[in-house]
Design a protein around this ligand. Structure first.
Ligand SMILES: [Zn+2]
Length: 100
């Protein structure tokens, strides 16, 4: 088992050690190899859901505006607003689901 010198305290340490036993400096031994994968996919999917949410919100507001513009327009307003609200909720749940 070869020995290396700790870069901080210069003590002789096994090259299999994860940390120096004297000063606890991490030495890059086999136990210290913790891989860190970049987390970028969550950001991308989050933006997609936000875009869906925005579009659905605009559709829902448009439907509400049509609904209140005239009594005759109420069926049309409902037909636009309800899918808009449903889409908005689905996008919210989707964004929440992506973030865990
Ligand atoms: Zn040391």
């Amino acid at each position: 088992m070869p020995l290396i010198n700790c870069p901080d305290c210069n003590r002789e340490v096994s090259d299999q050690a994860a940390n120096c036993p004297q000063c606890a400096r991490p030495l890059g031994g086999p136990a210290s190899g913790t891989p860190r994968a970049p987390v970028q996919t969550v950001e991308q999917t989050g933006k997609k859901w936000k875009a869906v949410m925005l579009v659905a919100f605009v559709v829902a507001m448009l439907g509400v505006a049509i609904f209140f513009s005239s009594i005759r327009n109420r069926p049309l307003g409902e037909a636009v607003a309800i899918p808009g609200f449903v889409g908005f909720l689905v996008a919210r749940i989707g964004a929440w689901w992506q973030h865990g």
